[in-house]
Design a protein. Structure first.
Length: 475
């Protein structure tokens, strides 16, 4: 028999972001909130006929008690739970296949500061984001929660060896390689060294002790300052390559022996070439923040380039919808739907990178020869809550008006509006898109040379000031 709880717990709506659940522990993300989220997820699972959900957690200090509360909420609906312990996020995704649950939750704060935590959710094979997460929140608010007369079963399984065996059984290096890995004290540190040694590498480990305080540097390889220790260690050891991982192991950073950072959009090109050699004509997806060199590169190597919106859950859904062979984001999320399962996995992406580069006597030369351009990192224009969306909408309205476009974006060749506005020129591009997680406008620029980059930034400066005269621009 199923009953409905008599009261609905108060849960902060701001926990439910565009791509996942995230908040400051104890303040927004409390035990009660985690229990309520578990109950809502379990209720949703009951409606979809899902009998069991896998639960994992990263290395954050709040992980154990959030796990306990989440599991309690899920089991209260009669849905069984398999606890897979402290694992990287891609290992949780792997568990949904390996254990046959098709559903899982990773308790993770990803690359956020230590006081944060959150959840990434998969239900019946689909990543929950956007409306899927809002549906859980509405269940909580409406008290649309079922409670079983007896709790769902609980079991514990260690899937780490199965995960390692699956990758080692798939990836073959042409020769041993000498590498340095930097896990930033994130949860990938428990697995990365074992994985790459099992592939035959000589591995030097940096900050691979899992520590939720992150005492050395922030676990986010998207920012150059977090890669300086890795660059120094590669030079000091004479290694061929350096790999870095974010706090939950689903993103990859790469540096060469010469200290060059190979940003993810250039990694995408290398991976696309390799995937297309085995699957000619396949679709390759990349997000709007990526270099304009990707599309011609993919066509040159026999593939179909496809630009899409930013967001790991959004890209994952698009990959599932289209059956594309590979997808990647500028943030470092890389999705192999070729020989792998289509989810973002920094550890597996690192293994595939080593497989490609082991065929060369000089891996750094291969990486540094990839098409490049003058570009900026991701820049943030901070706004009031909601103003970031309105600002970009005003830019789009002007751009799509012939007179306005000629005034604010002279020389523009094309406007891409699938996610904000990306203005294409013959010699570069500029992007403005509203963040889905914080009140900022995300900006990025690329051009053939410094002069073209300055010109494009100047056009965006004028355009933004035309719609927001007081904007404090970060460029």
């Amino acid at each position: 028999m199923l009953t409905t709880p008599s009261t609905s717990p108060r849960v902060d709506a701001n926990l439910f972001k565009a791509y996942d659940i995230r908040g400051v522990v104890e303040r927004g993300l409390s035990r009660d909130a985690a229990r309520a989220i578990g109950a809502a997820l379990g209720s949703e699972a009951r409606g979809r006929g899902v009998p069991e959900i896998a639960v994992g957690r990263d290395g954050r200090l709040s992980g154990p008690w959030l796990r306990d509360a989440l599991i309690e909420g899920i089991r209260g609906t009669g849905v069984a739970v398999v606890d897979i312990g402290q694992v990287a996020t891609p290992m949780l995704y792997f568990a949904t296949y390996h254990l046959g649950t098709g559903s899982g939750v990773e308790i993770t704060g990803s690359h956020n500061p230590p006081e944060y935590n959150g959840m990434k959710l998969v239900l019946a094979g689909e990543a929950l984001y956007g409306e899927g997460l809002q549906r859980l929140y509405r269940r909580i608010v409406a008290n649309d929660i079922v409670q079983a007369s007896s709790p769902g079963a609980l079991r514990s399984v260690d899937i780490s060896q199965a995960y390692l065996d699956r990758i080692v059984g798939d990836v073959r290096l042409a020769r041993p390689m000498r590498i340095v890995i930097d896990c930033g004290n994130g949860v990938a540190g428990a697995t990365a060294g074992r994985l790459y040694r099992a592939l035959g590498c000589d591995v030097t480990e940096l900050f691979c002790e899992v520590d939720g305080n992150f005492p050395n540097h922030h676990p986010d390889p998207a920012h150059p300052e977090n890669l300086q220790d890795l660059i120094a260690a590669v030079r000091r050891t004479g290694a061929e390559l350096g790999l870095a991982f974010d706090g939950d192991g689903d993103r990859l950073g790469v540096v060469t022996r010469n200290g060059k950072i190979i940003y993810p959009d250039r990694q995408i090109m290398l991976f696309a070439k390799d995937v297309l050699a085995a699957r000619p004509g396949a679709e390759i997806i990349f997000d709007v923040k990526c270099t304009r060199h990707i599309a011609p590169w993919v066509r040159q190597h026999g593939g179909r380039p496809s630009m899409w919106r930013t967001g790991h859950s959004v890209i994952k859904a698009r990959l599932r919808e289209t059956g594309a062979a590979f997808a990647g984001e500028m943030s470092g999320h890389l999705f192999f739907n070729d020989r792998w399962y289509g989810f973002d996995d920094g550890l597996y992406a690192g293994a595939r990178l080593l497989e490609i580069l082991s065929r060369s006597a000089d891996p750094s030369a291969v990486l540094e020869a990839l098409p490049d351009a003058s570009s900026t990192p991701e820049l943030h224009l901070h706004t009031a809550e909601g103003e970031n969306v309105r600002l970009v909408e005003r830019l789009r309205a002007l751009a799509q008006d012939g007179t306005g476009a000629a005034r604010i974006f002279p020389g523009a060749r094309e406007f891409i509006t699938i996610d904000g506005i990306r203005v294409e020129y013959d010699d570069g591009f500029g992007l403005a898109r509203p963040s889905n997680t914080t009140p900022v406008v995300v900006l990025r620029f690329e051009a053939d040379n410094g002069a073209a980059l300055a010109r494009i930034q100047g056009e965006f400066r004028s355009a933004i000031h035309a719609v927001a005269p007081d904007a404090q621009l970060p460029f």
